[in-house]
Design a protein around this ligand. Structure first.
Ligand code: ATP
Ligand code: MG
Length: 169
């Protein structure tokens, strides 16, 4: 369906703010999200799954908590969302593998106590491809990780919706 992505992401983050209040008091979410509408054609159930996995990973792999910064912007007919944590990071050689099925970074000090199947990010990758978008990750290997989603952004959809707003006047 075609939705206002800004409302969608704020709604998801409101839900995580409540989860943080209850269970993860050493975290906070910082929003860098524009006020204006960004209309995108997405499967909201599937995309919620993507964002849920990335934010749950941020919780899982940040033993000291920290700030999870969510930034949304548009550029060159793409809409971007980055989710940055201050956790243990991902070593350079593992960066290209985290989207592989069942892959988990092998480090006894991290995954032994932290449960997971290694499927979350491969599913996220599949879902982004289904949207003709992409998911990428950067990390210096110790001071946090940043996951960036991109979607095709159509001037036409956004134009049309601006027109509907004019009709409402
Ligand atoms: P699940 O299937 O329950 O999501 P998982 O979290 O282990 O299991 P993925 O979400 O696919 O699997 O992540 C793959 C691996 O990438 C993780 O096991 C972890 O080693 C690494 N990883 C993912 N996100 C982060 C992060 N934010 N910080 C550090 N490492 C991460
Ligand atoms: Mg996961």
């Amino acid at each position: 369906e075609i939705i206002n992505y800004v409302d969608f992401i704020n709604y998801i983050l409101d839900r995580f703010d409540k989860i943080i209040e209850k269970n993860y008091s050493n975290f906070k979410i910082k929003r860098q999200i524009p006020r204006q509408e960004i209309w995108l054609e997405i499967d909201t159930d599937k995309l919620s799954q993507v964002i849920d996995n990335i934010i749950n990973n941020a919780f899982k792999y940040s033993p000291n908590g920290g700030t999870i910064t969510v930034t949304v912007w548009c550029n060159n007919n793409k809409a971007f969302t980055s989710i940055a944590d201050q956790g243990i990071g991902i070593p350079k050689p593992a960066l290209s593998k985290v989207f592989d099925r069942f892959y988990r970074v092998d480090n006894s000090s991290r995954n032994s106590q932290i449960g997971g199947t290694g499927l979350g990010l491969s599913i996220a990758h599949d879902i982004m491809k289904l949207h003709k978008g992409d998911i990428q990750v950067t990390s210096d290997g110790k001071n946090g990780s940043t996951f960036t989603l991109s979607f095709p952004y159509s001037d036409e959809i956004n134009q049309e919706n601006n027109d509907w707003e004019d009709f409402a006047e």
